[in-house]
Design a protein around this ligand. Structure first.
Ligand SMILES: [Zn+2]
Length: 228
C-alpha cells in the first residue's frame, strides 16, 4: 500500500493508482460547504485533514471555521494544511496567529500538523522552538536545500516529499539520503501524478527496493498517525 501523505480532492480524483494507495486528503476553508459532507461518511479509505491554507488566511470567517474543525475533530486524522507563505495575501503576523491556532488544535486533539511553508523557514523554526509541540509536525511539499532540511530534521520535524523527486536532480538524491526513514513520507499534493510514481523515484534515489521502501514508509505513517 502506497500512503499518500497529502493530496486534495480534485487531484486525487483523477489519479490512476487508487486501488494501490491510501490517500490523506486535505480539506480547506475555501472548499464549498457541500464538500464537507464527506466527513459524515468516513470509512477506512477516507482519511482527511482540515485546515486553513495560508493563501486563504485573509478570508473573513476564520473563527467559525475553527469551530467547524473542533466539531469534526473525531472524523479527521490531522490538522492542516496550514502554515506560512511569504507570497500569501495575509501579512505574516496574521498568518502566524492563525498557524499557532492550528498548532494548539493539533495538541488538544492529538492530531499531527501538516504544514505548508514558503520562504518562512526561520519563522517556522522559531515557532516550533517556542511552542515545543508534542505532536509531529510534517512539512509538506518540501523541496528546499539540505541546510534547511537539516534544521527541520534536528527539531524532529517530518518531511513530506512529492513531485520534486521526478526531476531526478542530484541535489534531491543527496537530500533523500540525508532524511532518516522515520522522518520521511511521500505525497502528490495538487499534482495528478500517481503516488506510485513518487515511490518508484524515491526507491531509485535511495537505492532501496520498492518493497523495503513501502514497508519503511508504512511504519513511519503509523508512528505519525497511529494505525490508520
Ligand atoms: Zn496541498
Amino acid at each position: 500500500m502506497f500512503f499518500n501523505n497529502h493530496t486534495h480532492i480534485d487531484s486525487y480524483s483523477v489519479q490512476h493508482d487508487k486501488e494501490l494507495s491510501k490517500p490523506i486528503i486535505s480539506l480547506d476553508i475555501s472548499l464549498p460547504k457541500e464538500q464537507f459532507h464527506i466527513l459524515n461518511n468516513i470509512n477506512k479509505y477516507s482519511l482527511y485533514t482540515i485546515g486553513i491554507h495560508p493563501w486563504n488566511c485573509h478570508v473573513v470567517n476564520i473563527d467559525s471555521f475553527f469551530s467547524f474543525i473542533k466539531e469534526h475533530a473525531q472524523s479527521i486524522i490531522g490538522i492542516g494544511e496550514c502554515g506560512l507563505d511569504r507570497y500569501a495575501k495575509a501579512d505574516m503576523s496574521a498568518q502566524e496567529t492563525i498557524f499557532i491556532k492550528h498548532a494548539e488544535l493539533s495538541e488538544t486533539f492529538k492530531k499531527p500538523l501538516i504544514i505548508h511553508c514558503v520562504k518562512a523557514f526561520n519563522e517556522l523554526l522559531r515557532i516550533h522552538k517556542d511552542f515545543s509541540p508534542k505532536m509531529p509536525w510534517i512539512v509538506h511539499g518540501f523541496n528546499r536545500n539540505p541546510e534547511i532540511a537539516e534544521l527541520l530534521l534536528n527539531r524532529n520535524m517530518i518531511l513530506s516529499i512529492g513531485v520534486v523527486l521526478l526531476d531526478n536532480r542530484q541535489s534531491i538524491v543527496d537530500m533523500m539520503n540525508m532524511i532518516p526513514d522515520k522522518q520521511l513520507v511521500f505525497e502528490t499534493d495538487i499534482s495528478t501524478v500517481s503516488i506510485s510514481e513518487i515511490y518508484k523515484a524515491a526507491s531509485k534515489a535511495k537505492q532501496m527496493t520498492l518493497e523495503d521502501l513501502t514497508f519503511s514508509i508504512e511504519h513511519t505513517i503509523h508512528s505519525i498517525y497511529g494505525h490508520i
